[in-house]
Every structure is written in structure tokens, then in C-alpha cells.
Design a protein. Structure first.
Length: 157
């Protein structure tokens, strides 16, 4: 398959494992320059040794400043950014039945704040006429899977 990634800088959040790692491997196989962004330093470095090209940035991108730093590092090292793949996220099973309001906010930060990556990447992507790919699970469309409760809840008295 020719994805036209030859010499293109492709930044992949959550790039060390799972879907992100598969994207990184595919970009490298196409001649691209993958930038692996992940919180798991060991997994990211192991994958980087495998593909040889690109770079690793160990970061928790739930904070805007971290997103800014990731983009700046990429631009300083490669001079450009051609694609952003927002893949980072976690199925933490936090929802109305499980977890607390505080855990819900943390879950949102982990799974929805890819806006920050896109915000800081956009000027560079406009310059390179690049693209943004947002990855989501079916949970983004369907919500947390409902479990059948064999004992219906009663209204409070």
C-alpha cells in the first residue's frame, strides 16, 4: 500500500502499543518518519529500536503545556510536521455506575483533550498541507456498554 508517507513526519499519540504501534510500524514501512508519543517510556523506546527511524517523546498529553512541548520538540528536531494521529486514550471503564465525578473528569482529560494536540499542530500542518487523523473506539459513539442488572434498582423512598 502506498500512503505517500515517504519522508513525512507523522506524530502518533499513544504510539507505543496497540493501534498506535501498528500505525507507527506502517508509517516507518512506508518510508515515513514516525514520532512516537507515549507515557510508557519502555514500550516507546523498544518500538523505536525496532523501527530505527523517527523519535520518541515520553509525555502525558492530558495537559495543554505537554501538548505544546511535544509539537515544539518535533518541529525543532525535524523542521516540519506532516501528520498528527490522535490515538492516545484508555478504556478506564469510568461511567455513571463505576467511578466518581473526579474520576470522570480525569477520564475526559485522558480521552477527549486531543484538541490541544490539534491546536498546537495546526499552524505546522497548514504549512505542510498535512492532516489530522482522530482515532476513537466504538465507546465514543455508543457510550459505555450497559450491563443487564438482574435486580432492578428501586427509587429512593
Amino acid at each position: 500500500m502506498d500512503l505517500q508517507l515517504q519522508e513525512k513526519v507523522v506524530l502518533v499519540t499513544g504510539g507505543a502499543k496497540g493501534i498506535g504501534a501498528a500505525i507507527v510500524r506502517a508509517a516507518a514501512a512506508e518510508g515515513g518518519i514516525p514520532v512516537i508519543v507515549d507515557r510508557d517510556a519502555d514500550a516507546a523506546r523498544h518500538l523505536h529500536k525496532e523501527i530505527i527511524v523517527g523519535d520518541v517523546i515520553v509525555a502525558d498529553i492530558s495537559a495543554a503545556q505537554a501538548c505544546y512541548s511535544v509539537i515544539q520538540h518535533t518541529i525543532e528536531k525535524f523542521g516540519r510536521l506532516d501528520s498528527l494521529v490522535n490515538n492516545a486514550g484508555i478504556n478506564d471503564k469510568v461511567g455513571p455506575e463505576h467511578g466518581s465525578p473526579e474520576q470522570y473528569v480525569v477520564s475526559l482529560e485522558r480521552n477527549l483533550l486531543h484538541y490541544n494536540m490539534a491546536h498546537f499542530a495546526l499552524p505546522h500542518l497548514k504549512k505542510s498541507r498535512g492532516s489530522i487523523v482522530n482515532i476513537a473506539s466504538k465507546t465514543a459513539l455508543t457510550g459505555k456498554a450497559a450491563h443487564r442488572d438482574t435486580h432492578p434498582r428501586k427509587a429512593p423512598s
